[in-house]
Design a protein around this ligand. Structure first.
Ligand code: ATP
Ligand code: MG
Length: 425
């Protein structure tokens, strides 16, 4: 036997049992986006490396060490997208979608980052995200958060916690940054290696460190919110008032910063304590400078991305919902009966029944075994004569004989009665 080839580390198969849960989450997200007037956009998985280097920033974990970058056969430098925002902005500029208009867009798909794989952290992972272009005010920030909250409710998730912060405008942030660097330099002995490296390249990210040994230094750092410019302060207060009015609970976390450089003003995260270290399920924020940075006209923008693996893991911890299973398993004991069996299966499907047709012949016993494994309520066995056997595999109806011509109506009547039974019982 040849040696079996394995999947790439950190890139997982989603087997059918898991896919049912993914589809439920995806369908729910789609319905919520519809309810808020967001339209789907589909973007390439591969972009020019330069797009991410310019938008995400050279001094970020993603660009420094996580991107899957390669040269294609023409010698072009290309990258598997590590996130969706840059591509969405690129497409918006390129196709004129952002020109003097408001756009509410959403996307879903795989992203790629060369990180250390662990629970909730993979090298191919999936995001659902939204980006809104052309709106300045805190009202749209609040709308995105409300949209998130509606999605959690629709999925039955009641324990996600919201943290919000404001990064201010670029000038005020630069001033804060200097103050922060001064503070960190004075305590440089207490910084870990990562934080020392970030001190020069991306000091705000030090606040984001998860290292327990760093928490003391971080707690004593100057407070970002006390250094906001006046318009950003108004914006943040406006957002908080809207969230209060809508009854959304949140915590202000002045140390919440984003890994990506292009954020301005509002940043937020939805977290859970049910996923261990990988606690952030959804992260969002405003990035008013990005469209211009990528060659478009100055355009305010805000978006979020949620991690599907983490979301689905939370759903998996709840009691499983009954999946949509096969209702009727149709088998034929004789080759001649297969034609009627096929017609019966198609007729039932025409009427909305989920039917599995037995393929591959075999003994009566083995056919019944497969019928049972399918999870179907009824097995129908067409033999050589006119009569067929209908066996109730789950309920108390036992086994009855019916003429072939009556099978479809018999099954329709009993399936309806059976589903009524489940509803009331
Ligand atoms: P983290 O701090 O967990 O590394 P991040 O700041 O790098 O997150 P974002 O770039 O904001 O994450 O991506 C948004 C969301 O995508 C995250 O909150 C998370 O749910 C999910 N996500 C990010 N990276 C991964 C990954 N490698 N595997 C699985 N999900 C991920
Ligand atoms: Mg990360």
């Amino acid at each position: 036997m040849n040696k079996a080839i394995q999947a790439v580390r950190g890139m997982n198969d989603l087997l059918p049992d898991a896919v049912a849960r993914w589809q439920h989450a995806e369908a729910t997200a789609r319905a919520v986006f519809d309810a808020y007037g967001y339209r789907e956009i589909r973007l390439p998985v591969v972009e020019r490396t330069e797009l991410f280097a310019r938008s995400i920033g050279e001094h970020t974990d993603i660009v420094e060490k996580e991107m899957y970058t390669f040269e294609d056969r023409n010698g072009d430098r290309l990258t598997l997208r590590p996130e969706g925002t840059a591509g969405c902005v690129r497409a918006g500029i390129e196709s004129g979608l952002l020109h003097n208009q408001v756009q509410r867009l959403w996307y879903a798909g795989p992203m790629f980052r060369h990180e250390r794989p662990q629970k909730g952290r993979y090298r191919q992972f999936h995001q659902i995200g939204a980006e809104v272009f052309g709106l300045h005010g805190p009202d749209i920030d609040a709308e995105l958060i409300l949209l998130n909250a509606r999605l959690w409710r629709a999925l039955g998730l009641t324990d996600l916690e919201l943290e919000v912060n404001s990064l201010g405008a670029p000038a005020a942030r630069a001033a804060y940054r200097e103050k922060l660097v001064g503070y960190l330099r004075a305590r440089v002995d207490e910084l870990d290696e990562d934080s020392r490296r970030r001190l020069d390249s991306n000091p705000l990210r030090v606040l984001d460190s998860k290292n327990p040994a760093m928490q003391d230094v971080i707690a004593g750092a100057p407070n970002l919110l006390e250094h906001l410019d006046a318009p950003s302060r108004d914006h943040f207060e406006g957002l908080r008032a809207l969230l209060d009015a809508a009854g959304v609970r949140y915590r202000v976390n002045p140390r919440l910063v984003r890994g990506l450089d292009y954020y301005t003003r509002t940043v937020y995260e939805w977290t859970t304590d049910r996923l261990g270290a990988q606690a952030t399920v959804c992260a969002g924020g405003r990035y008013d400078g990005l469209v211009e940075l990528l060659g478009g006209k100055t355009t305010p923008a805000i978006g979020f991305a949620l991690g599907m693996e983490r979301l689905v893991e939370l759903l998996a911890q709840a009691p499983a919902e009954e999946a949509d299973r096969t209702e009727v398993y149709v088998a034929a004991a004789a080759a001649e009966a297969a034609h009627d069996a096929l017609r019966l299966a198609e007729g039932l499907r025409d009427r909305g029944v989920r039917v599995e047709w037995h393929c591959g012949g075999g003994s009566l016993k083995s056919q019944l075994k497969r019928a049972d494994r399918s999870g179907a309520r009824y097995a129908v066995l067409l033999g050589t004569g006119e009569a067929a056997v209908v066996k109730d595999l789950r309920g108390r109806e036992g086994q009855v004989e019916r003429a072939r011509a009556e099978l479809e109506d018999y099954l329709m009547t009993h399936l309806r009665a059976a589903s009524g039974e489940e509803r009331t019982g």
